[in-house]
Design a protein around this ligand. Structure first.
Ligand SMILES: [Zn+2]
Length: 270
């Protein structure tokens, strides 16, 4: 996935490929200035936005893999946020808590079934309830496997249904998460950024960006009064197809910010 970033020196636009680390070394195509662009975004957000873009661009089958990966990475985010929230409650030092968490995650990192087990327990301990939505049907597992493992070519409508299911689940769980855990989980990315920032050579400008996205916008922007009834946590139906349609309507256009603009101001002076 590409996004457009503005050169801090000359204001020119550069097209950059999204990196797994969210850290991007950029050399401006116009003036040659070097910058390092840090994008504050969680992996599940990046993957879901990637899926949404693929869907909007007509790549229905490709979108499924991104939505499925987004859900898996969200479960990881939930587990991490929960563990760090607990550690904060018991006044455990952040670095120590993170070290234990990373060590524990290594035992489950290569098997998604193990991760699902971790998530189920985290949900039980946090909510005091059974994660009744972890059935194959509620997760759309059969559809996902048919597309990813058996080469099924889905229709766009089927993928929209799957996207709505994943969106509804993440959105509901995200709105039920405490701010402490979310902040702590995001702090992990900030720390990685800080380490990279320290090692930047002289003459490279650091740029921090927050991109609009299907989830981020909802977490940082207040819900418009007219729409609040539909997004009450807990009371919303589990797989609310309308919620995805609404989010797409509200924020889908925002995702096209990542696209290279058609008009590049090719004549120079303005
Ligand atoms: Zn430049």
């Amino acid at each position: 996935m590409f996004f457009v970033t503005v050169c801090p020196v000359c204001g020119g636009e550069n097209r950059v490929e999204f990196a797994d680390s969210s850290v991007h070394d950029v050399t401006c195509g116009a003036c040659g200035a070097r910058s390092c662009v840090f994008v504050r975004k969680q992996k599940f957000e990046v993957l879901f936005d990637l899926g949404t873009r693929a869907l909007m661009d007509g790549y229905a089958r490709e979108a499924v893999a991104s939505f499925a990966a987004a859900l898996e990475r969200f479960f990881e985010f939930y587990v991490r946020a929960f563990a760090l929230e607990r550690a904060a409650d018991s006044a455990q030092e952040f670095g120590e808590a993170l070290g234990v968490l990373e060590g524990t995650w290594r035992h489950v990192a290569s098997q998604s079934e193990r991760q699902l087990g971790m998530f189920a327990l985290a949900y039980l301990l946090r909510e005091g309830r059974e994660p009744e939505f972890l059935t194959a049907k509620a997760l759309g597992a059969e559809f996902r496997n048919r597309v990813i493992h058996r080469g099924y070519l889905p229709r766009r409508a089927e993928v929209e249904e799957y996207a709505a299911l994943v969106f509804g689940l993440i959105d509901r769980l995200l709105s039920g998460m405490g701010p402490v855990g979310v902040m702590q989980a995001e702090l992990v990315q900030e720390q990685a950024f800080a380490r990279h920032l320290e090692a930047l050579p002289a003459g490279v400008t650091a740029v921090f960006e927050e991109h609009p996205g299907m989830f981020r916008a909802r977490r940082f922007a207040p819900v418009p009064p007219g729409k609040s009834a539909a997004s009450k946590a807990g009371s919303a139906p589990l797989n609310d197809a309308a919620a995805f349609a609404r989010a797409l309507d509200e924020r889908g256009a925002g995702l096209s910010v990542f696209k290279v603009r058609a008009h590049r101001g090719a004549g120079g002076e303005g």
